[in-house]
Design a protein around this ligand. Structure first.
Ligand SMILES: *Cc1c(COP(=O)(O)O)cnc(C)c1O
Length: 429
């Protein structure tokens, strides 16, 4: 497989951009080698600068649930763009997208648009603290809530990929009010609330963890958090930046039947453009400026192009879309299982709808400590073997595999065949 053009660009990029990339995991440090520079995407496929075609399971980290360059989204967005790309004033598209979100998420009375998931979680916690008039925030190991200072302890995604327990540049003061507990540990959560429940402003959790591979919530975990937050007056925040409109139309909160006080969204609701949103109970959201004393603002927030892309994407997602995603994801899951089992490779798959976590592990993975025990070397070899046969997986074992509506039977079958061969190669190496 040729990679000279990607290599040349990476070389140039490394001289003028930090790590040659705009976000760390993209640099392939966890798997080694040269990152592929992507020139084009269509449906389930992407092409790199050297002309290699891949079946893409990163899907812009889950944002592209319809696949690449959906013609209906493109048509709508280009029509809107001709009317101007940013006004710094309210537009119709924001109202329509907000109504759409409210319609899908009964727990969301009011919403505020921002430009990224990072902004959404950071602002949601600020609103929660303003509302509860308390300081402490509880989060969970291996969950990722963007890169705001207060979340950068034992976090998922790139922090997990590079095994960073903390980030330089974050002061002790910034994380002094952050409490990090093991994910899915009901006892630890209960104990924390018993100890200092009256100091906790908010609990923030990925209801399905998608930044340490994929780890579904243990039975009773989310409802326990709901119960404890209600009892102590803390705000429960579900970070649904990945799961919102991914695991179903009403996100993980609908799937598991647990309602948070605040929800953060991103990725899918931007249809491939930079967007985030936070929303929830009226009395909490009305704390936010200009209705209340919690300040939060943004020059490009609610950008009409991004809003239009998100709006069209959500319009195209119907109940049937999720049935189709479930079927193709299940076929992929079963194909991976059987390929690994025929090759005698130990893997453990965690799947919630179209989010799949592939762990080279002998035991089930229920939290960050168990995710870290998986064989990173095996993932690296598997990644390269798959890439060589035209399948683009996340360049880190601590990320999810995302199936989109554009992955058709042929794509899934080709992926399963490549995987079967790659598992066999692993066995020999
Ligand atoms: C991606 C992600 C974020 C951060 O969103 P950005 O748009 O990358 O800032 C926050 N929370 C979760 C759960 C995410 O997956």
């Amino acid at each position: 497989m040729k990679s000279a053009k990607s290599a040349e660009l990476y070389d140039r990029a490394s001289k003028v951009m930090v790590g040659g990339v705009s976000s760390p995991v993209r640099a392939f440090k966890a798997v080694g080698g040269t990152p592929r520079f992507i020139s084009r995407g269509k449906k389930a496929h992407i092409w790199d600068e050297d002309g290699n075609r891949y079946i893409d399971y990163v899907c812009s980290w889950g944002a592209l649930i319809l696949g690449h360059a959906d013609r209906r989204v493109l048509a709508y967005v280009s029509e809107k763009m001709r009317n101007g790309t940013s006004f710094g004033a309210p537009t119709r598209e924001e109202v329509l997208l907000a109504e759409k979100i409210r319609g899908a998420f009964p727990s969301v009375d009011k919403v505020r648009f921002v430009n990224s998931g990072t902004e959404a979680t950071m602002s949601a916690v600020r609103a929660a603290r303003g509302y509860a008039r308390r300081a402490k925030v509880v989060k969970f190991e291996g969950c990722y809530h963007g890169h705001a200072d207060q979340f950068l302890t034992k976090a998922g995604s790139g922090m997990a990929t590079f095994d960073l327990p903390a980030s330089a540049g974050v002061t002790e003061g910034s994380v002094a009010d952050t409490v990090t507990l093991p994910f899915n540990d009901l006892g630890a959560a209960e104990a924390e609330f018993r100890k200092e429940g009256d100091k906790i402003a908010a609990v923030i959790v990925e209801p399905v963890a998608g930044n340490m591979g994929v780890v579904p919530p243990a039975k009773g975990f989310l409802s326990l958090l709901r119960r404890e937050c209600t009892k102590s007056g803390a705000v429960l925040i579900f970070d649904e930046v990945i799961t919102g409109f991914r695991v179903g139309p009403g996100g993980a909160q609908k799937l598991y039947g647990v309602e948070p006080d605040l929800t953060t969204l991103g990725k899918i609701i931007g249809g491939g453009f930079p967007v985030g949103a936070y929303g929830g109970k009226r009395e909490i959201m009305e704390m936010v400026s200009p209705e209340g004393p919690v300040y939060q603002a943004g020059t490009l927030s609610g950008n009409p192009v991004a809003m239009a892309a998100g709006l069209k994407t959500l319009e195209l997602l119907t109940g049937g879309s999720y049935d189709r995603l479930e079927r193709s994801s299940k076929t992929l899951e079963e194909g991976l299982e059987s390929g690994a089992s025929r090759a005698g490779t130990d893997i453990h798959l965690n799947r919630v709808g179209s989010m799949i976590g592939l762990f080279f592990a002998t035991e089930p993975v229920r939290n960050y400590a168990e995710a870290k025990k998986a064989d990173a070397g095996a993932y690296r070899r598997f990644f390269w073997s798959m890439l060589g046969s035209g399948v683009y997986l996340a360049p880190s074992a601590f990320e999810a595999t995302f199936v989109s509506l554009a992955h058709d039977t042929g794509d899934i079958e080709a992926t399963v065949e490549s995987a079967a061969r790659s598992f066999k190669e692993l066995d020999r190496s």
